[in-house]
Design a protein around this ligand. Structure first.
Ligand SMILES: Cc1cc2nc3c(=O)[nH]c(=O)nc-3n(C[C@H](O)[C@H](O)[C@H](O)COP(=O)(O)OP(=O)(O)OC[C@H]3O[C@@H](n4cnc5c(N)ncnc54)[C@H](O)[C@@H]3O)c2cc1C
Length: 261
């Protein structure tokens, strides 16, 4: 079972600022981290490999700085890493990133499963995995919380819905995005960190992927019209009372008043 995990490097979220005057999100400098949801995808890939054999490759569209995120995955036991990096990729919107990843997957060749996080914690659009599947004309299941079984060329997964989950059977190869309920990611060992330092990372640019730049990078179709930070949270209300019972009763009345219960 050969699995490719799509991994995005994201900035430290607490350091992101919004420049209202320039209508821009200002990202902090520095190496950043692996998108937290992608850590669950890596962990699930490693568990599937442990049960079914094969290998795990991580793939990312990013810059030279993204190497550190890929090495963090290699330290966990991932076999190979592939960085898709070119100036022509700068300015790519979600659909363009998906096209670049699809081209990377085509070049990589044989894979049975593509795993991704449910969303990136910076741009937050949850579009890329489904768009990758669409580009490759592969079956897809998003927001998966459990792999029930994998046998032959079929995987059965539990896909999270608003009121529970659907059991979905997928013909492999397929693209699956995962939610954090799926597992508990492992930590890297010292040996894993040492091995990861020496591993070669495959790098492919636009020419390697036979992308001419006409529908990626600056030629993306999305235009950002406005960027604004979320409104500040209203201050919480303290409920006073002599006893816990009195406070609970007041809280109950408030919830009733506001038709919350
Ligand atoms: C007009 C426009 C211009 C932009 N220009 C730039 C730019 O110049 N530089 C820039 O960094 N961003 C740029 N962005 C943002 C960039 O398009 C998104 O960060 C990217 O497409 C991923 O979208 P997302 O973060 O919403 O991912 P989601 O769709 O929320 O991610 C879901 C999952 O997809 C996978 N995934 C997402 N992105 C990647 C990736 N890069 N590599 C591997 N796997 C991935 C991960 O598994 C992730 O958990 C631009 C966006 C727009 C709209």
């Amino acid at each position: 079972m050969n699995i490719v995990v799509l991994v995005k490097q994201v900035p430290e979220i607490a350091l992101i600022k919004v420049d209202r005057a320039a209508n821009q999100v200002v990202l902090p400098q520095g190496p950043g981290t692996v998108n937290p949801f992608d850590e669950y995808a890596v962990e699930e890939a490693l568990r599937i490999k442990e049960n079914h054999g094969g290998k795990v490759t991580v793939m990312s569209v990013g810059s030279e700085r993204t190497e550190s995120a890929l090495r963090a995955c290699l330290a966990l036991g991932v076999d190979d890493a592939c960085l898709l990096c070119d100036e022509k990729f700068d300015g790519s919107d979600q659909q363009a990133v998906a096209r670049i990843l699809a081209a990377g997957l085509k070049k990589l060749g044989e894979y049975d499963l593509v795993l991704a996080g449910k969303q990136a914690i910076d741009s937050d659009s949850a579009q890329v995995p489904a768009a990758v599947a669409a580009n490759l004309d592969l079956p897809q299941s998003m927001f998966v919380k459990k792999f029930e079984s994998i046998s032959g060329s079929t995987a059965t997964v539990h896909r999270t819905t608003e009121d529970g989950f659907d059991v979905v059977e997928l013909t492999l190869p397929a693209v699956v995005s995962v939610v954090k309920e799926i597992n508990e990611p492992r930590l890297p060992s010292l040996k894993g960190k040492m091995t990861a330092k020496k591993k070669e990372i495959v790098r492919w640019n636009a020419a390697d992927l036979e992308l001419d730049g006409s529908d990626i990078g600056a030629n993306s179709k999305t235009r950002v019209i406005k960027v604004s930070p979320p409104p500040p949270r209203p201050k919480g209300e303290m409920i006073e009372g002599e006893t816990p019972e009195e406070i609970a009763a007041k809280l109950f009345d408030k919830l009733r008043e506001n038709q919350i219960i």
